[in-house]
Design a protein around this ligand. Structure first.
Ligand SMILES: [Ca+2]
Ligand SMILES: [Ca+2]
Length: 185
């Protein structure tokens, strides 16, 4: 009787071949599942942003922006202001936090500290924000925002939701304006 210990070379070759064949099928499937999960996360981020921005607008009468004047509780959008695109500004006004370098601190923005502010409208983890305080998508690129400030469809951006706001992620290819973008329009 053959008292065998360990593997023969042939057996090892067969095992390696089987693992290679399995990996060929499983790794792309795993990659696709991860990509689907990232896309789902981006869609859920945008849905949460839509709710948060709308709730802010309900309280203030305008979308989150640094282009305002007046004092609490009577704030108005600056005349001539047409759009707010600053991701970090919008995120600060929605969360009530100023994010910087992986830390967050309570915002001292006049809107946030006013009695009108009834947030946080959005809860974010520091991992959802980059070092400059901008909210990032699952591919670590900042979301692009265009929030209408003047109610005038003749002034764009926003280029799609003329009276409300456009939000977009560049998606898996990390390039904006392509078919894999995750958008609210
Ligand atoms: Ca406009
Ligand atoms: Ca894209």
């Amino acid at each position: 009787m053959n008292n065998r210990k360990g593997f023969t070379i042939l057996e090892l070759i067969i095992v390696v071949a089987i693992i290679t064949i399995l990996a060929t099928f499983l790794i792309p499937a795993g990659g696709k599942a991860r990509e689907r999960a990232r896309q789902a996360k981006a869609r859920s981020h945008i849905a949460a942003l839509e709710v948060a921005i709308t709730a802010f607008q309900t309280d203030f009468g305008f979308y989150p922006t640094s282009q305002f004047s007046g004092s609490s509780p009577n704030f108005t959008v600056n005349s001539g202001a047409t759009v707010e695109s600053n991701n970090a500004t919008i995120i600060q006004l929605l969360t009530g936090f100023s994010f910087s370098g992986g830390n967050r601190s309570a915002s001292s923005n006049a809107l946030v500290t006013s009695s009108v502010w009834n947030g946080p409208y959005l809860d974010l983890d520091v991992s959802d924000v980059n070092g400059s305080g901008a909210m990032i998508d699952p591919w670590t690129n900042p979301y692009a925002f265009s929030l209408d400030l003047d109610g005038n469809p003749g002034t764009t951006p926003p280029s799609h939701n003329l009276y409300t706001f456009d939000i977009s992620s560049a998606g898996p290819d990390e390039s904006s304006g392509t078919s894999d973008d995750v958008i609210n329009y």
